[in-house]
Every structure is written in structure tokens, then in C-alpha cells.
Design a protein around this ligand. Structure first.
Ligand SMILES: [Zn+2]
Length: 258
């Protein structure tokens, strides 16, 4: 892929646009420049992908590839806040690109209206600085995880259905990091719970997606401590969080190196 390398100096408009980031000593001009030079791959432009893409775009991530094969449906609008009534029937990536461009016309958003798999998935993950999994099915989740393990890319994984949300980071640049498969083996009998059948509380995906954006930005800038090695589980009905420590499974079929 590759685009023009942005200059280390931010122009006046950028200094103003990102001033509240630049004011943070943990970010500053250097961190903001890292974001502007970064490429995030966001898979899914639905309930999670909406806040993820909105925050990454507003924060000035220089290049965002957004993948989703689907079209905007009236039933999406209760929670998929990057879309609106005027874009019903249009491809989600096209609808989202319009919204993101209105917020931040200075960044590049690349829409991919397809199911991400095979060679295309490999190519994209290989070219990413961070991968955000905002999909809703196990097959794609496992495919994304395999590509991230292979290319050693940080993966921010989120999910939400009913009032239950979860988020984890797999920083596969590190030898010690578990992968998604260590946690949810593909051969396991985990029941797939889709929003279409189960329902989903609108702000739940907003909460989880916003946290995915936060973790992706931290990974891109190399600041703070990420969720690597931890799974956070949210019960939004009781508004209780639970943190589970994750360990790499040495026998994992995907990341096992023994
Ligand atoms: Zn693994």
C-alpha cells in the first residue's frame, strides 16, 4: 500500500484540530504525529465499528481501511451511529466514509465492501499497524486472529450482544501474548449469538467500541498500558466489570510455537 510520508511538523490547522491531544504530555506532537503516520484496519462497520471508526478518524489516524460487505438497514440505526437515515440501502463502508470525511477530511479512509478473507486479509493485516476486530461472527474473528498471529500485529478484539460486552487486546508483537484462539478455541462449542436474534442494548456497543478505539490509539502511540493479557467482561445491566487474566496456551493450534 504505502502513501506519502507526512512531515514531522504539523500545520496550523492540525495543531488546532489535535490541540487537546497535543496538550496531553503522554501524547504531545510526537504522539499525534505517530497517529497521523499510522494505518489502522477496522473490520466491521456496525455497532462496534461505528465508534471505533469515528474516534480513530476524529483522533487523526492517518489511514483507516474499513471493511464491511453489508448495506445499511433501518434496524441498524438504533446502535450503528456512524450511519443515518439518509444512507439506508447504501453500502456501510460508503455510508461510514461520508460521515468520517465530514468529521475529518484530512485523513484517508479506504472503504472495502467485501467479506475480508484469504489473500486480501493477509495483505491488509500485513500492511496494518493495528487491527480492530469489530465483526460479529466467529469464522471471521478466527481468520483475522490467524492473520494477526502470522504477521505479528496487535489485535484489538471486541464483542457485544444483549447487555454483555467484552474486550481484549492481543499484542502479537510480543512472544508472551496469548491470541484469540488461546481464549476461544475454534473447536469449542461456543454458541454464536447474533444481534439479529438476541437483541443488543444500543450503548453497549458504544462503550465497547469506544474502548477498542482507546486501546488502538494507545497501541499506535506506544503509550500507557494496554489490555494485553486481560479480558474485560461487562454486564451493562448491573454495570459491573470483571477482569480475567489471560495466558498464552502453549498447545494453541494457532500461536503455539512449541
Ligand atoms: Zn493462541
Amino acid at each position: 500500500m504505502g502513501g506519502p510520508e507526512p512531515s514531522i511538523d504539523l500545520n496550523d490547522e492540525q495543531l488546532l484540530r489535535y490541540s487537546r491531544h497535543i496538550l496531553l504530555p503522554e501524547i504531545g506532537i510526537e504522539g499525534q504525529h505517530k497517529l497521523l503516520s499510522s494505518h489502522a484496519v477496522v473490520v466491521g462497520a456496525g455497532g462496534l465499528g461505528s465508534p471505533v471508526s469515528l474516534y480513530l478518524a476524529a483522533s487523526g489516524v492517518g489511514r483507516i481501511t474499513l471493511c464491511d460487505h453489508d448495506k445499511v438497514d433501518l434496524t441498524n440505526l438504533q446502535r450503528q451511529i456512524v450511519h443515518d437515515t439518509t444512507t439506508i440501502g447504501r453500502p456501510k463502508v460508503e455510508s461510514a466514509c461520508g460521515a468520517l470525511a465530514r468529521i475529518n477530511p484530512q485523513i484517508q479512509v479506504i472503504p472495502l465492501q467485501e467479506r475480508l478473507e484469504g489473500a486480501r486479509l493477509q495483505e491488509l493485516v500485513g500492511a496494518a499497524d493495528v487491527v480492530v476486530d469489530a465483526t460479529d461472527n466467529f469464522t471471521t474473528r478466527h481468520a483475522i486472529n490467524r492473520a494477526c498471529v502470522q504477521h505479528r500485529k496487535p489485535l484489538v478484539s471486541g464483542a457485544g450482544v444483549r447487555f454483555d460486552g467484552q474486550i481484549a487486546v492481543f499484542d502479537l508483537r510480543l512472544d508472551t501474548s496469548p491470541c484469540y484462539h488461546c481464549l476461544f478455541p475454534e473447536e469449542g462449542d461456543l454458541e454464536e449469538m447474533r444481534c439479529a436474534i438476541m437483541g443488543v442494548f444500543a450503548p453497549l456497543v458504544g462503550i465497547i467500541g469506544s474502548m477498542q478505539a482507546a486501546e488502538a490509539l494507545k497501541l499506535l502511540m506506544g503509550v500507557g498500558e494496554t489490555l494485553t493479557g486481560r479480558l474485560l467482561l461487562l454486564d451493562a445491566l448491573a454495570m459491573q466489570w470483571r477482569s480475567v487474566k489471560l495466558k498464552r496456551d502453549p498447545a494453541c493450534k494457532v500461536c503455539g510455537r512449541s
